[in-house]
Design a protein around this ligand. Structure first.
Ligand code: ADP
Ligand code: MG
Length: 292
């Protein structure tokens, strides 16, 4: 499935003194199998944008097309859209409410009117993806869990709907490094093994650089860049201008180059950097090449 935004603008509280244009003339589309990263400063419109992708928000101007069919008008089947496009909100664990993990994850499928058996299979599958053992956790209260585990339950609740497109709004915010890694691994697996289309909103450039194959940079309600990571993250000055930064590795490579080591200062992935640094160190053997 594909979702297309055509000249979408969104104004909050229109006609009041609090009127605010959060999106301005947004034009872009998501195609099947993509892994899109959305980055941008707080307030740049990321959350507003993604809520247009599953029909939670309606554009003030412009249209949203799903597989070529207009969604923004009265004809649009928003319920069907919400089933196909799963949205994991920021701090999604705040929306857990059932007394057991099973019930929380089963909530969506139950509303679809599936049989008990189908519901159980969906809960099992979703828990497996997020790395929670079914028998250990199904009868436990979600409120006894750690923050990272609670978030995994919340993500499983969206996965149990088997969305074709999975959108996650800052899914690792506030988690420790292990919690972050677990969640990112699950998301990446979903994309690679089940061909789920993923839209990941993140503050963390390293996360986006490693996972996404397309990066959208937002600033003040507009899309500033929409390109592969290699193109976006090497435009350090442009990112600096809007208060963002490139992945840490890129700065390291730039610093090494400046210090006289013959490395490629466009590399921003850890593994590539390691290889390139080793190569440069070997080729410079015997020569005083670093001015640190
Ligand atoms: P981001 O997710 O990039 O931080 P948001 O999409 O949440 O950005 O917000 C974009 C802008 O819209 C911000 O300036 C925010 O204050 C404003 N905004 C968000 N939600 C509302 C709302 N419900 N009413 C009025 N303004 C809002
Ligand atoms: Mg946000």
């Amino acid at each position: 499935m594909s979702v297309q935004l055509i000249d979408v603008s969104h104004i909050y509280a229109q006609g009041t003194p609090f009127e605010f244009a959060a999106l301005k003339d947004i034009h872009f589309s998501i195609e099947k199998d993509e892994f899109i990263g959305i980055i941008g400063h707080t307030g740049s419109g990321k959350s507003t944008l993604i809520q247009h992708l599953n029909g939670l928000l309606t554009p003030t101007q412009g249209s949203v097309l799903v597989d070529g069919v207009e969604m923004s008008g009265a004809k649009g089947d928003k319920l069907a859209l919400r089933r196909k496009v799963g949205l994991v909100f920021q701090y999604a664990e705040h929306q857990l409410f059932e007394e057991t993990i099973y019930k929380d994850i089963a909530f969506g499928p139950k509303n679809l009117g599936l049989t008990e058996e189908e519901i159980e299979n969906r809960v099992k599958d979703a828990m497996e993806v997020v790395g929670l053992d079914f028998d250990t956790y199904k009868e436990r209260s979600p409120f006894e869990l750690s923050g990272g585990q609670m978030r995994r339950v919340a993500i499983a609740g969206v996965l149990s709907m088997k969305p074709e497109i999975l959108i996650l709004d800052e899914p690792t915010a506030g988690l420790d490094p292990y919690g972050k890694e677990d969640i990112l691994r699950s998301i990446n697996q979903l994309h690679e093994k089940q061909q789920t289309t993923v839209v990941l909103v993140s503050h963390n450039m390293d996360e986006v650089a490693t996972l996404a194959d397309r990066v959208i940079v937002m600033s003040k309600g507009q899309i500033l860049m929409d390109a592969p990571p290699a193109e976006v993250f090497t435009q350090v000055e442009k990112l600096d201008e809007i208060g963002l930064s490139a992945p840490d590795i890129l700065y390291l490579m730039r610093a090494l180059k400046k210090a006289g080591l013959d490395v490629d200062d466009k590399i921003f992935m850890p593994e590539e950097a390691k290889e390139d640094i080793l190569r440069a160190l070997k080729s410079g053997e015997g020569k005083p090449c670093l001015k640190i």
